[in-house]
Design a binder for this molecule. Structure first.
Ligand code: GCO
Length: 465
């Protein structure tokens, strides 16, 4: 099951193995880059709290749905949990120095909601927020801009027991949490992201059931999706109500859709999939309305119809300052609506590696939604190659080339956050998949540069390829 989609994967040659483009070309001399990025381009990397921090029961942190889910037998490969992860909570100073050494200009991380509000609401946990003060101060002291994600799937368990995102009140609870973070950190954090990948929560947490909270109810999932968007809108309004001058948006997992053949059926299937994959999220945020074809596709008695209250879309469509784009690959549809893979995959076999899809996606956003500033908030691949990850270098080079082409085409792309800074807990796959440019030996917590880290450091130093 493709992690990001409930579309059925037909058994068409999923070409495993290296990313497109063959072996990496030998590094050019340290001359001016052939592909120069704009001055002050935000070369970055991304992580998330539950995947990296560990210290799950330390300093007053409360449980999240991922603490509960990962401890349920059979949920996570090899019985892995995020209890320790990459122990970033204790090793953040070392990790900050690694980021500085790489030359990062931006670092995207998420706040553990239940670390700062152990029951999701009420009084901020002083030790919890103190960690994020130290992390943000450490970033700023190293000249690295913090990009803070408020929700990266780790709903406080106490709120889940009140219905979580199935409960419309969760949108308000989220906005109150966001306001508390804006109050605590708003004078230091220039860029906020509200919700990371609402689509994945809907598709994988509530439909496929292989992510927390492990539910399998598509009708309920669409209600959750609406409440996530409502929470986003309320949080945007909460930031605007503070004196903070930060910018805010959401991080959407977007996948350009293509017909897998030249049949009318495949073209129709690609349009339908585009509504589900992309427009169902982009239109509410950037146009203040759901796409009509998506609404029409909801059954007359679909609970989501009742969940959409008068005024909701005006809140959801409150002006966003930027759009976060998580890009991992395209979606190809046959005339029967089945998803087929037409490009190489990675260690994460749901992933289809197609760099040109990033160009298509970014230029489509500009064409259809205007010149909203865009940040690539995630892009990367998993590979078994522990240190000599030439396949990842090829992947990164090809995708950065596509990103450069998009900039040349007028896309207001301001930053690129590689997923991920270092190996971490990859959700249902546990520690079996490695997405980092820094290798983590989980037995010793030793960090080691992979070839891709050295390559990325050079790219940043040259501001281009
Ligand atoms: C996502 C999440 C990340 C994943 C990454 C690799 O986009 O699914 O933001 O937490 O680890 O994408 O799957």
């Amino acid at each position: 099951m493709r992690r990001r989609s409930v579309l059925t994967l037909a058994a068409v040659g999923a070409v495993a193995g290296c990313a497109r483009g063959g072996p990496a070309r030998p590094e050019a001399a340290a001359a001016a880059p052939a592909l120069a990025f704009p001055p002050r381009f935000g070369w970055g990397a991304a992580t998330s709290a539950y995947q990296l921090e560990g210290a799950a029961n330390e300093d007053g942190r409360g449980p999240s749905v991922w603490d509960v889910f990962s401890h349920q037998p059979g949920r996570i490969r090899n019985g892995d949990t995020g209890d320790v992860a990459a122990d970033h909570y204790h090793r953040f100073a070392e990790d900050l120095d690694i980021m500085k050494d790489l030359g990062l200009r931006s670092y995207r991380f998420s706040i553990s909601w239940s670390r700062v509000l152990p029951t999701g609401r009420g009084t901020v946990n002083a030790k919890g927020i103190d960690f994020y003060h130290k992390l943000v101060d450490g970033l700023l002291a190293r000249g690295i801009a913090p990009v803070v994600t408020l929700f990266h799937w780790d709903t406080p368990q106490a709120l889940q027991e009140l219905g979580g995102w199935e409960n419309r009140d969760c949108a308000k609870w989220f906005a109150d949490y966001a306001h508390a973070m804006f109050t605590a950190l708003g004078d230091k954090v220039p860029t906020w992201l509200t919700i990371n990948e609402p689509k994945t929560v809907v598709d994988v947490g509530y439909t496929a059931g292989i992510h927390a909270p492990g539910k399998q109810d598509r009708r309920l999932a669409n209600v959750v999706g609406h409440h996530l968007l409502l929470g986003h809108g309320l949080a945007v309004q909460a930031l605007r109500a503070t004196s903070g001058n930060g910018r805010i948006g959401a991080a959407l997992s977007l996948s350009p859709t293509y017909p897998a053949d030249d049949s009318d059926g495949a073209r129709t299937a690609a349009t339908t999939a585009d509504a589900e994959e992309n427009r169902r999220w982009l239109d509410p945020l950037l146009r203040g309305r759901y796409p009509q074809d998506w609404l029409d596709s909801q059954a007359a008695d679909a609970p989501v119809r009742a969940a959409i209250k008068d005024g909701d879309l005006a809140v959801i469509g409150t002006r966003n300052d930027l759009l976060g784009v998580n890009y991992y690959g395209p979606t190809h549809l046959t005339g029967t609506g089945a998803r087929v893979m037409q490009h190489p995959t990675s260690q994460a076999t749901w992933q289809e590696i197609y760099p040109d899809g990033l160009f298509d996606l970014l230029t489509r956003i500009k064409r259809d939604y205007g010149d909203i500033p865009v940040s690539i908030t995630e892009n990367g691949m998993a590979t078994e190659n522990p240190l000599q990850d030439q396949d990842r270098i090829t992947f990164l080079r090809d995708h950065l080339t596509a990103a450069h082409r998009a900039i040349q085409a007028g896309v207001k792309l301001e930053s690129y956050h590689l997923w991920s800074l270092m190996d971490n807990f990859e959700w249902a796959e546990g520690y079996s998949q490695r997405w980092g440019i820094i290798h983590v030996d989980y037995a010793t917590q030793r960090r080691t540069h992979k070839a891709s880290a050295d390559w990325y450091k050079t790219v940043i130093a040259r501001n281009g390829l």
